[in-house]
Design a protein around this ligand. Structure first.
Ligand SMILES: *[C@@H]1O[C@H](CO)[C@@H](O)[C@H](O)[C@H]1NC(C)=O
Ligand SMILES: *[C@@H]1O[C@H](CO)[C@@H](O)[C@H](O)[C@H]1NC(C)=O
Ligand SMILES: *[C@@H]1O[C@H](CO)[C@@H](O)[C@H](O)[C@H]1NC(C)=O
Ligand SMILES: *[C@@H]1O[C@H](CO)[C@@H](O)[C@H](O)[C@H]1NC(C)=O
Ligand SMILES: *[C@@H]1O[C@H](CO)[C@@H](O)[C@H](O)[C@H]1NC(C)=O
Ligand SMILES: *[C@@H]1O[C@H](CO)[C@@H](O)[C@H](O)[C@H]1NC(C)=O
Ligand SMILES: [Cu+2]
Length: 590
């Protein structure tokens, strides 16, 4: 038997500083009211089911407010034994879990206490539609001005969809530095299960701080523009081999045995909420000796299918059920590996126990599925024919408008490597958020082509064909919608639609290397919606456009004065301080 972790027991304060996402409702870090009561119990969403309700248009309103208090600050963490500078939510990594019922209001008061040096920030609630609060999407330069250093801001929005997701900073690549956490919204079930194991966060992990990584990505040294992750973590853990630390690096590194462990029950059905909350790496997830039944992708329940490997690009979530036989016993290795990613350590391991979890969990030497080993080099999502939404919504056959956007990479006149969408690399203006400009009737940006705004006017449906002229795949994320994915593949689109009566929907889809994808939305949510690659380094280098949807209706939105106040505060701050915006601004600006 292979013993993975014999090294010293480095735990102490580090472990206390990490979250243990055991079965839900055991840790309520960040919650400030007595909210546990209703959560996995009852149906506070009334008679709405996954069958009788189109959740995109008809969420319930429970009247319940889930309050959280988040302080963002710098800190040092050693989740894998190597001590690094991080940006943290309430001092922990991964950040606290947000939990609500479908139809609740989530209210997060955030305090920007980033010092030494100071930075602005903003939090995004991945996958939430924000149909009644488009300004709460949390994207600096698009839906709001950054929250300045020392500033406070309260986000308030409806938990309008249900399932598994996460929140993260959308300011520069801050989330790659640690500002992220899971966000779970309970709603109607499709298939029954017994035990909610909770979030399983898969995150590539970088030892340098995020800003120095962005400096490399945005620098002119082409040997440095591809940065490699140093490890891969499952719920914030996976030991790093300190003997591989580069010569001359004097950072504290202590070998650890600390792995995430999950308790399974023989005969039970377990729900695992897989979330790729990393910066770059495509994850391939598998559990030795067990099949998985996929029941949801992103916030979309789907007809179940069985698999042994789940692929997740950055930002994607997949809910799986794992059935255990009543005779199950022992322990099994849980694996996630990064395919086609720049990394020094692709594999993450954790362990599932059928018995009590021991004080020092040990990953057993169980056999990986052949399908897991075989899949290691692929970067595409499962075939669209497999991922059929539970609640059918047909695609509009002839959308009101169709746009094609080409993606490539190039070097500009000063030698910076930039990603472009139809020839233009995005750069945010933190002081002039696109949504707030549009709200006062300004949808033109004569000063610079880099706003990358696609104004779709009053079109009732929008189809976008994305062509990728580079071998690297991109997890493409659209805010404010569950996009219908009509087709995807390598080469160019041949015009066919996969299951037009009920195409796949989700909020992130992997655009293959040298491939295409065709997305379509109904324009039912007036707003300024980011459409971008979710790889932190690619969005930093400009792989971003804004879908401006129904600007005439944006003008009618009653945006609260707190949004303008944030811009005045940010203006005051930037009047006295130079903001070092070295990237697109999903990064910062001079
Ligand atoms: C996994 O599924 C396959 C069919 O897809 C089946 O043959 C096999 O017995 C299953 N294995 C387990 C452990 O459930
Ligand atoms: C609910 O929807 C699923 C998936 O579309 C379908 O298989 C099932 O028969 C429906 N159940 C009821 C009670 O309508
Ligand atoms: C993007 O470029 C392609 C190819 O040049 C062109 O067909 C398309 O119309 C452009 N799209 C937009 C939105 O300008
Ligand atoms: C090239 O891109 C970088 C990063 O956005 C920018 O700072 C620089 O000004 C650009 N150079 C030119 C000539 O536009
Ligand atoms: C709209 O905003 C842009 C960007 O700030 C600015 O350059 C332009 O002058 C504004 N247009 C009007 C009509 O105010
Ligand atoms: C529909 O969208 C296109 C861009 O795709 C835009 O040029 C056109 O003006 C829009 N039409 C309406 C009626 O708003
Ligand atoms: Cu990308």
């Amino acid at each position: 038997m292979k013993l993975y972790y014999l090294a010293s027991l480095f735990m102490g304060s580090l472990v206390a500083a990490q979250n243990d996402y055991g079965p839900i409702n055991t840790d309520w870090v960040g919650a400030t009211d007595d909210q546990a009561l209703a959560l996995p119990f009852g149906t506070p969403w009334g008679a709405k089911t996954a069958n009788n309700t189109n959740m995109l248009v008809d969420p319930p309103t429970t009247g319940m407010i889930r309050r959280y208090d988040f302080t963002i600050s710098r800190g040092t963490i050693s989740p894998d034994g190597y001590q690094k500078d991080a940006l943290l939510v309430n001092g922990i990594f991964p950040g606290p879990m947000i939990e609500a019922n479908w139809g609740d209001t989530i209210q997060v008061t955030m305090h920007n206490r980033i010092t030494g040096p100071e930075e602005g920030t903003g939090l995004h609630w991945h996958g939430i539609l924000q149909k009644d609060s488009q300004w709460m999407d949390g994207v600096p330069g698009v839906s709001q001005c950054p929250i300045p250093p020392g500033g406070d801001f309260t986000y308030s929005f409806q938990a309008d969809l249900y399932g598994s997701s996460w929140y993260h900073s959308h300011y520069s690549a801050q989330y790659a530095g640690g500002i992220l956490g899971p966000m779970i919204i309970h709603g109607p079930k499709t298939l029954p299960y017994d035990i909610d194991i909770g979030p399983v966060l898969l995150t590539d992990h970088y030892h340098p701080d995020y800003f120095s990584l962005v400096e490399k990505v945005m620098g002119t040294d082409t040997t440095q523009v591809i940065v490699s992750s140093d490890n891969n973590l499952i719920n914030g853990r996976n030991p790093f081999d300190c003997s591989t630390v580069t010569a001359g690096d004097t950072t504290t590194c202590v070998d650890t045995t600390d792995v995430s462990a999950f308790k399974f029950t023989p005969g039970a059905v377990h729900l695992l909420r897989l979330i790729n909350a990393g910066a770059e790496g495509f994850q391939k997830f598998s559990l030795d000796g067990h099949n998985m039944t996929v029941i949801a992708n992103d916030f979309v329940p789907i007809l179940p299918y069985s698999t042994q490997v789940v692929t997740l690009g950055i930002g994607q979530r997949t809910d799986v059920l794992i059935y255990s036989s009543s005779a199950a016993s022992g322990s099994y290795a849980m694996r996630s590996t990064m395919a086609f990613s720049a990394t020094n350590q692709a594999s993450a391991l954790a362990v599932v126990y059928y018995s009590t979890i021991p004080a020092v969990p040990v990953v057993p030497d169980t056999e990986p599925w052949p399908a897991f080993t075989d899949a290691a080099s692929q970067t595409s999502n499962d075939d669209l024919s497999l991922t059929e939404p539970w609640y059918p919504i047909p695609a509009v056959a002839t959308p009101a408008t169709v746009e094609t956007i080409d993606i490539t990479v190039g070097v500009n006149a000063t030698g910076h490597t930039l990603w472009t969408m139809n020839g233009s690399s995005f750069r945010a203006n933190y002081n002039q958020p696109i949504l707030l400009l549009s709200n006062v009737g300004n949808n033109s940006y004569p000063d610079s082509p880099q706003w990358n705004v696609y104004n779709f006017g009053s079109n009732s449906s929008i189809r976008i064909i994305l062509n990728n002229f580079i071998g690297a795949a991109h997890p493409i994320h659209l805010h404010g919608h569950n996009m219908q994915v009509l087709s995807e593949g390598v080469g160019t689109w041949d015009g066919t639609v996969v299951r037009s009566t009920n195409p796949q929907r989700r909020d992130v889809q992997i655009l293959r290397g040298n491939g295409y994808m065709v997305l379509q939305i109904d324009a039912d949510n007036p707003g300024a919606w980011p459409l971008h690659c979710h790889i932190a380094w690619h969005v930093s280098a400009g792989l971003y456009v804004t879908v401006l949807e129904r600007p005439d209706d944006i003008e009618q939105l009653s945006i609260p004065s707190s949004m303008a106040q944030t811009c005045r505060d940010w203006g005051t701050y930037t009047g006295d301080n130079v903001v070092d915006q070295i990237d697109s601004g999903l990064r910062r600006r001079e």
